[in-house]
Design a protein around this ligand. Sequence first.
Ligand code: GUN
Length: 306
Amino acid sequence: MKCWQRAAAAGFQIPKISDEAKQEKFPGTNCTVLNGKLVASLMATQCKTLAAGRKQPKLVAILAGEDPASKVYVSSKGKSFADVGFASETIHIPSSEATAEKLLATIDAANADASVSGILLQLPLPNGIDAGPITARIAQKKDVDGFLASNMGLLALGEFSNATVACTPFGVMALLAAYGIPLASKKMVVVGRSNIVGKPMALLGLSADATVVIAHSRTANLKEVCREADILVAAVGKLGIITKDFVKPGAVVIDVGIHRGADGKLAGDVTRDVYDVASAMSPVPGGVGPLTISMLTMNTAIAAWT
Ligand code: GUN
């Protein structure tokens, strides 16, 4: 897997789950559960093992404003870092003090601090602050989100020896690899064209020799386009938009969405009944989410160690 090049240089192996764990099915179906929590636990073990005798990786997470979801994400990132013995610090800038100048000064200080391996500017920023120029201030080596133009550019060029790969699509690649699901010559349809998920996901699929289609809100005949996918990645950000009739029987379905359903439970972009037709599917919660954090942890270790 080409995108694993820097991870391999830092000592990380592509996670592999056991044949026994691969037998886990959604109850009453023949659809394999792509268990992201399990793969994340394998990654956490690697982080702990590889850290022995090496510099302690440290993340600085910058949280501007009071967005409740962002607060939850940042605190769960901190907990995952603590679990593997890595350092993390959250710098919270309340809405009343959140200005572009303050954010830039905070990033400058973290860039200059040699004990900091990675910097994460939690998005979205409070209204009125343009994230582009603020994100761009992060040093390339400390951009553990992989959001900088330089890192996205290296990914587009397939120059993985120096690229930091965006965590969520990187996590999808790790999940597919852990289950031994090949991408070469397969048709991958990515629904969603965001800079954070859809675009880097498509480039990663391409790097693994998939035939990639990016579909989005203006795609004509979305259902038919999705039904051609061997591997369907739903990264739309709309609860339950991908239903059974969008899925070719036997396809592998990856759900990147995370929403609070009407019943108060977490749910994705994909409706649950898709497991009646898919051969394998990532659940929400417990699929891509835990791996996003794993890849952030790994990217921070890579930044510290290479
Ligand atoms: N907001 C939602 N997802 C992410 C992410 O992966 N990184 C950052 N920095 N902000 C986010």
